[in-house]
Design a protein around this ligand. Sequence first.
Ligand code: PHE
Length: 456
Amino acid sequence: MDAHNSERHRRPLFSSRLSIITVAAGSAIGLGNIWKFPYITGKNGGAAFIIVYLCCIALIGLPVLISDFIIGRRGGGSVVSSFRALAGERSPWLFGGFIALFGSATVLSFYGVVAGWSLEYVARAACNDFAGKTPAEIGGMFTDFITSPVAPIACQLLFMAITAGVVYAGVKKGIETFSKVMMPVLIGIILLLCLRSLTLPGAEAGLAFLFKPDFSKLSAAGVLDALGHAFFTLSLGVGTMITYGSYIDKKEDLAVTAVQICIADTVIALLAGVAIFPAVFAFGVEPGQGPGLVFVTLPNIFAQMPGGYIFCILFFLLLAVAALTSSISMLEVSVAYASEDLGVSRKRATLILATLISLVGVVCSLSMGKYEAQLTFFGKNFFDLADFAVSNVEMPIAGALSVIFVGWMLKRRKVEDELTCNGTLPVPLVGAFLFTAKYLAPVAIAIVFLHSLGMI
Ligand code: PHE
């Protein structure tokens, strides 16, 4: 049941090694790196948390990423048809494909909302709206904005329209070209921001917070946060890397590509930390205040900093660009499925799916404002529920299924073929990879999963 050869010639392939890295790193690098990583690092006390996070990326994230790539390239289709090609028509493993499909649509529904906020904040920064405001006023502006019924939805829909536009244009002309232009822009902006932050008087305290570990600040919850975030930041468990894996040419080295993506993602997260924490400390702001860190604290800091006006615009632009190269990868999962498995044309699939996902996003957005009471289920508003369902439940399950599938179900010869490019590249670490895929990663994922459900 190995359909990889027959399927391959009909599919678009990324045009070069650089394209694969740019597009997959573009998916990995997003709000997770620039919004979430800094605030969970702040919450968990800094350097010691970062060390645990790096271990999670290397020991669990990397094997899951390699497994996703193997399933995608070997299966040669959408997230569902890749499992079908490898496991068989009626195999229970198709469940793994379907939940990933569901996860990709759900994650995009709430991701689009936060990304919409970043668009609004680019405009506010450009209009110099934060100048002369007290911290309380800037905090109030944020709450008023996200709870209002119209403005955040308009921003979310605009963001979703841009996402759909890129996916509509196709894998090569849209996704590849867009990522290749935007990723250098992103790197340029983040380096500029680091430079500004590091040259502030008192910046050293921020660097010490990031790089001088104090293990007494680390809690069990912090370790689990680190593991959960490793999934989110590498775009694992929602079929993205399986779908992108299917666009990777047979002769590319999957393991090396995966390592490079992990490194790029980690470097950008650390650079975001370097751009943010020295400024946070230089201005004596509390680092552990949670999700408001970039939308409330940073505008405050920028408002007091020399050159803050321009750096504030650049920062939110960075957030929006990073979010876009991720959101296109989320939409591509269901578009590839609908066009390959259901026979809907790619363009039509893009329009229909983007509309449906946006509508769910509208509900997410409304659930934070006036309609919170009506849109609260199991004690969480719809936005938090969607986030919880994907990040804490769906991603760990689908991620575990990927490594278990590759570790236990796929014949060792096929895994070796994929990792060594049919014997043309030496990969002495196949054994180590299989050990991690079979034992280490599934056990670690089970621990996070049970913890997130409050069972351990
Ligand atoms: N990795 C992205 C980020 O860090 C989020 C993402 C999750 C993208 C799942 C695609 C799929 O923001």
